[in-house]
Design a protein around this ligand. Structure first.
Ligand code: AMP
Length: 230
């Protein structure tokens, strides 16, 4: 089995995690980041940072995000390209929440070509929609280290205190409520799910049952990383 130490000298691996809100993209991306030294790149995180910083892009994205709709390709591609220019992404990336539209997928193909890289696998995390509403509505994260928790499925050992870093500033996303989650699921099915066949036709699609426990999904993803890096 490969570990983070053995991984460092290998060529960069680029993965896409495709799945609706609540499928576990962020959780699994963080695990892969720690395990294999890949860089998690979440356009949702980049957009939330832009909103918090009050940039022009953030001001334009705020209301769209609160409504659970997709931010324009133009804004998303601009912040993604900016982030892709940083040195650390040369190690390989796990794209979490990007691409979400056909135009974004095509722009990503062009970016990869320009840098002489490719998408090694687009992993579709299959889940049941109704379960996602419950998963998303109960989640919260540590504002200090970003560790994710859930009211029902993954509580902190001590109420309000992060198991990982001891932080007490727990955060819930403004768009993690039942009504907005349904809107986000609709946006996923209308605009993002078609990308499953986009990547299937390019021969790089993998499918995972993401209704399984976190560690089972983790093992499936690890097997994909090992397969594409062999
Ligand atoms: P996420 O953190 O991936 O759940 O994204 C939160 C919100 O940010 C989404 O509901 C969208 O409003 C916006 N967003 C994130 N990534 C994208 C993207 N690739 N394209 C369009 N909107 C996005």
């Amino acid at each position: 089995m490969m570990d983070g130490g053995n991984y460092s000298g290998m060529r960069p691996i680029n993965l896409i995690l495709l799945g609706p809100p609540g499928a576990g993209k962020g959780t699994q991306a963080r695990i892969l980041e720690e395990k294999f030294g890949l860089v998690q790149l979440s356009t949702g995180d980049l957009l939330r940072a832009a909103v918090a910083a009050g940039t022009e892009a953030g001001k334009a994205a705020k209301a769209v995000m609160e409504a659970g709709e997709l931010v324009s390709d133009e804004i998303v591609l601009a912040i993604l390209k900016d982030r892709m220019a940083d040195d650390d992404v040369a190690k390989g990336v796990i794209l979490d929440g990007f691409p979400r539209t056909q135009a974004q997928a095509q722009a990503l193909d062009a970016l990869m070509r320009e840098s002489g890289q490719k998408i090694d696998s687009a992993v579709s995390l299959s889940v049941d929609d109704e379960a996602m509403v419950e998963r998303v509505s109960g989640r919260f994260t540590c504002g200090n280290c970003g560790e994710g928790y859930h009211d029902s499925f993954k509580q902190t050992a001590k109420k309000g205190v992060c198991d990982k870093c001891g932080g007490t500033d727990m955060k819930r996303r403004a768009d993690d409520n039942a009504e907005t989650v349904r809107q986000r699921l609709d946006a996923y099915h209308a605009q993002t799910a078609p990308l499953i066949s986009y990547y299937e036709s390019r021969g790089c699609l993998s499918r995972i049952n993401a209704m399984a426990a976190i560690d089972a999904v983790e093992r499936d993803l690890e097997a994909i990383v090992e397969r594409v890096s062999a």
